[in-house]
Design a protein around this ligand. Structure first.
Ligand code: XMP
Length: 326
């Protein structure tokens, strides 16, 4: 695969004027690349794929076919929101596939992080290939790859959205954001008219909760993670931290400790809170969360989420820790 390199001369996109220039240039080059063919897009609902979708809708309209695959590793309510925003409001050509069972069966008993990523990545490709087979004339696959994905794919991590497609698929890639950093993607998204809440939504990795349900994924632990994550998001929304913190989430390791609940021994998993700030995801600092907020979150998670009996806060910046745990 040809490695893309951001030229030193490339200006950082910080204003809507620069974003508009980028958008116009990309519209021209997307139209040149695609012609009258159809493009398939994996629309996860994250910032990157949402911005790619908006850009492509502007460039080629209904030639874009958005496919939202629910791999069973989405955050609570996320697939529903994708359908609402893109299917209803933006009137995109949207196909929804619930592939939860397929993914979870393939992931059973797989604990190695890179294997998990590869399974999720290749299953994605399988779902798309099947979907493309059912559609007429799909020639291109659009992806929300951004520059840090490219930089970090050189040995650090096998991100599912970098690394190319199997040779036997005849899709050519359309990756209009490949040279942009995250903050630039957001400026472009706003210039495209996407809602502020969508553009400033925190990033969510392609493999989703799969990289936060550490080790071999089980349905009960995945469910606990999703519920705890929803509580964290709700509480951050309430106290204004959602606007302020770049990325925040829960990690649930495959580890039980002893606890006590209602006078009985209660073995459970810990929920680990991660809340980081960064501009480009290459390094990150830790947000200072008020203790009162941490206590509220702890009380709610331990009371409301079955299987969780402790809440921890991760104080590790990047480096040394990566943002995700896997
Ligand atoms: P790390 O953990 O490498 O994460 O410090 C940097 C940023 O990338 C996101 N991330 C991913 N995004 N597929 C993605 O699309 C992945 O497999 C993946 N892993 C990490 C992470 O959430 C953070 O924003």
């Amino acid at each position: 695969m040809e490695i893309m390199v951001r030229p030193d001369s490339m200006q950082r996109i910080t204003t809507s004027a620069l974003a508009n220039k980028f958008i116009n240039d990309q519209i021209t080059s997307i139209r040149n690349q695609v012609g009258d063919k159809k493009v398939l897009l994996a629309l996860s609902g994250g910032v990157d794929s949402s911005v790619v979708a908006a850009l492509l809708i502007k460039a080629i309209g209904k030639q874009l076919v958005c496919v939202h695959v629910n791999h069973g590793l989405m955050r609570k309510g996320e697939s529903e929101q994708v359908i609402k925003v893109f299917g209803n409001t933006l009137n995109a050509n949207l196909i929804y596939i619930d592939a939860t069972e397929r993914f979870l069966i393939k992931l059973e008993n797989v604990s190695d992080p890179e294997k998990k990523r590869k399974i999720i990545g290749s299953e994605f490709i399988n779902v798309f290939a099947e979907q493309a087979g059912k559609l007429d004339g799909i020639s291109f696959l659009a992806q929300g790859t951004i520059y840090p994905d490219i930089l970090e794919s050189k040995g650090v991590k096998a991100h599912h959205n970098v690394g190319g497609l199997p040779e036997n698929l005849n899709f050519e890639l359309v990756e209009p954001l490949a040279l942009l950093f995250k903050d630039e993607v957001r400026v472009v998204g706003e210039a495209l008219g996407l809602p502020h809440t969508m553009v400033y939504r925190q990033p969510f990795p392609g493999p989703g909760l799969g990289v936060r349900c550490l080790g071999a994924i089980t349905r009960d632990r995945l469910h606990a993670l999703r519920e705890a994550d929803a509580i964290l998001r709700e509480e951050f929304d309430k106290c204004g931290l959602a606007e302020k913190v770049w990325q925040y989430f829960i990690v649930v390791p495959d580890l039980r400790s002893v606890g006590v609940k209602d006078g009985n021994r209660y073995e459970g998993w810990p929920a680990i809170i991660r809340a980081i700030n960064t501009t480009d995801a290459m390094s990150a600092t830790i947000e200072e969360i008020p203790y009162s907020v941490l206590h509220t979150i702890t009380d709610r998670i331990t009371a409301e989420v079955k299987g969780i009996n402790r809440v921890l806060f991760d104080l590790t910046p990047k480096p040394v820790g990566t943002i995700e745990w896997e």
